[in-house]
Ligand binder design. Structure first.
Ligand SMILES: Nc1ncnc2c1ncn2[C@@H]1O[C@H](COP(=O)(O)OP(=O)(O)O)[C@@H](O)[C@H]1O
Ligand SMILES: [Mg+2]
Length: 232
């Protein structure tokens, strides 16, 4: 076993008992460092559940998850939160920015929780915002930015401390086609720089931009292929 992510025989059952939902059904998945993977499936197929597992936001009912060499399947909430802070940058469909804070403050916020000092925090945040092309917008609040710009702030927040894994759940779901292109371009750049990017989507066209496409249906992986016709 050598992958950055190793999932073995993972099941997730909601509401165990009579009304149980088997959201993940014996999933095996290995993702190496510096892969660009799309996980695709219809609504209700188990994508968000799998993302929650990959992101250490929830624990499986059974099976194991080894992330960066560490077995995280049996950790406590505090330990999982620590892993999340260090290993994973999250990007969500709804951006999840704080309305009252500027772009810079939004990017800084998780760094405050991680105990990064003010000077270093500002430096990391400014660098991340520059990387997503928002140097001129650091003092803007979310309401003063377009959806695409807000998602770029969220990406800056996710990458400020260079986590090994970027997990994006439908990151372009609320965006027009121009902004979608922009965001996909940034994710591709991050991949080109050596990050591992995992993109969750229900959209075939978005998935077609990844190097590897994993299809999930009824909680099972039904297809896992290298995408030889990767789109820009
Ligand atoms: N917290 C929950 N409690 C009960 N059932 C859930 C919960 N979350 C998801 N499910 C069910 O698990 C299945 C997979 O859901 P989900 O992972 O959200 O799929 P997707 O993100 O692909 O739409 C669905 O049948 C959904 O209704
Ligand atoms: Mg979902």
């Amino acid at each position: 076993m050598s992958g950055l992510i190793e999932i073995q025989d993972m099941c997730k059952i909601y509401n165990p008992g009579e009304n149980e939902v088997r959201a993940l059904d014996h999933v095996n998945l290995s993702i190496d460092k510096n892969e660009f993977v799309a996980i695709i499936g219809q609504s209700g197929s188990g994508k968000s559940t799998l993302m929650n597992m990959l992101g250490c936001l929830d624990v499986p009912t059974s099976g194991t998850y080894i992330l960066n060499g560490q077995d995280v399947s049996g950790l406590t909430d505090d330990e999982l939160s620590d892993i999340r802070n260090h290993e994973i940058g999250f990007i969500f469909q709804g951006f999840n920015l704080i309305a009252g804070l500027t772009a810079l403050e939004n990017v800084e916020l998780p760094l405050i929780y991680r105990g990064v000092g003010k000077k270093e925090r500002e430096k990391l945040s400014e660098t991340a915002l520059k990387k997503v092309g928002l140097s001129a917008r650091i003092d803007h609040k979310p309401s003063e930015m377009s959806g695409g710009q807000q998602q770029r702030v969220a990406i800056a927040r996710a990458i400020a401390q260079a986590p090994p894994v970027i997990l994006a759940d439908e990151p372009t779901g609320n965006l027009d086609s121009g902004s979608t292109k922009e965001i996909m371009g940034i994710l591709k750049e991050l991949h080109a720089e050596g990050r591992t990017v995992i993109l969750i989507t229900h959209d075939n066209e978005i998935a077609a931009r990844a190097k590897r496409i994993i299809r999930i249906m009824d909680g099972k992986i039904v297809e896992d292929k290298i995408n030889s016709e990767e789109l820009d």
